[in-house]
Design a protein around this ligand. Structure first.
Ligand SMILES: Nc1nc2c(ncn2[C@@H]2O[C@H](COP(=O)(O)OP(=O)(O)OP(=O)(O)O)[C@@H](O)[C@H]2O)c(=O)[nH]1
Ligand SMILES: [Mg+2]
Length: 330
């Protein structure tokens, strides 16, 4: 083994050896790739890691297809318009927020380390649902690989601050270190070159829960600085409901998805259940989601909503707008 491997690399390799799930193996191998010194002496090793990575990914895919499942607590199957991980220090009110925003009923208690496993809940927002994932507390380093996996697998991360936390400053300062450990780069920040493909660029928001405990914003000013002053910030309270409407709207907004309604010729659109597509999606992308026959035999579509006139015929590459109604013709 080349002698000049960094401590980060060696730690990742250790994790790879101890990994029990495909997700952990993949995370560790990616980390090894990201931290291995790039020079002639490590080329063989780099190629070997890439081979192992692609093998594990294939095995994971096979398992997914065969439906055979080994229980992996860090994998929360995605549902709804997108998945947002709630991450924060012990007792910050992650579970209380999940309970306030969704129909889930997690344990909420006035002592730390109440939550032991990720728990999802669906947050209704207008006519769609956003999946929130409550997590065990972020309290010490090295960070739990389960938390790292949940954060990396999500579409966005909501980091929590707690103005009543006696260790608030230390916990706030841990948040950027956690993101760095996850190789998550908050949207809007430059991607450090050394991260390369390992970088996970995603929306990261900061919220201070229990905001009624800091009416003048004194603690807020102290905590935001170490946590990341440039991050979008919200004041919320699971207890009083303050800021929750704004939070719902913001969480849906960062997912950057569009709601589109399908319509059959001669019938009214089905407005009860929108299709959710990423911003920038085209009429053909929608056709693919509805049914592969629609995509394969696509001739043209008619559009209501953002159309110049109701029922305007559009081509397959026409970009959709939120709340468009689409009628596909084959
Ligand atoms: N004053 C106030 N208390 C809150 C608020 N939200 C939660 N709490 C209280 O804070 C304590 C911790 O809440 P939890 O939801 O269990 O916190 P958690 O972040 O899930 O804690 P762990 O699972 O241990 O990480 C409970 O006593 C809650 O009642 C809030 O907005 N204001
Ligand atoms: Mg909890």
């Amino acid at each position: 083994m080349p002698a000049n491997l960094s401590p980060d690399y060696q730690a990742a390799e250790q994790r790879y050896r101890n990994a029990e799930t495909y997700e952990e193996k993949i995370e560790a191998l990616r980390e090894m790739l990201a931290t291995i010194p790039k020079h002639k002496g490590t080329e063989k090793l780099q190629a070997d890691i890439k081979r192992r990575l692609s093998k594990v990914q294939q095995e994971q895919e096979q398992r997914r297809r065969s439906g055979g499942r080994r229980h992996d607590p860090s994998h929360v199957p995605r549902e709804g318009a997108g998945q947002i991980a709630l991450i924060g220090p012990p007792n910050a009110g992650k579970s209380a927020l999940l309970a306030a925003l969704t129909h889930a009923r997690p344990d909420v208690a006035d002592y730390p380390f109440t939550t032991h496993a990720p728990q999802p809940g669906m947050m209704p927002y207008e006519d769609v649902q956003v999946q929130l994932v409550d997590t065990p507390p972020l309290a010490h380093e090295p960070f739990d690989s389960l938390l790292i996996n949940v954060a990396r697998n999500a579409d966005a991360v909501l980091l929590l601050l707690d103005p009543t936390d006696p260790e608030g400053l230390e916990h706030a300062a841990m948040l950027p270190r956690f993101l760095a450990r996850c190789r998550i780069v908050p949207e809007g920040r430059p991607v450090p070159e050394e991260l390369g493909l390992a970088a996970r660029v995603m929306p990261v928001l900061l919220a201070m829960n229990k905001c009624e405990e800091d009416p003048d914003g004194e603690v807020e000013a102290l905590l935001r600085e170490p946590a990341g002053e440039d991050l979008p910030f919200l004041r919320v309270s699971a207890a009083t409901g303050d800021g929750l409407d704004h939070l719902r709207e913001t969480l849906f907004g960062v997912l950057r998805v569009l709601r589109v309604y399908a319509k059959e010729p001669g019938k009214a659109p089905d407005t009860s259940r929108p299709f959710v597509v990423p911003e920038g999606a085209t009429v053909l992308d929608l056709a693919r989601i509805i049914h592969k026959d629609f995509a394969e035999n696509f001739r043209f579509a008619r559009l209501w909503g953002s159309a110049k006139f109701d029922g305007q015929p559009v081509e397959r590459d026409h970009a959709l707008v939120d709340r468009d109604v689409v009628e596909i013709h084959m």
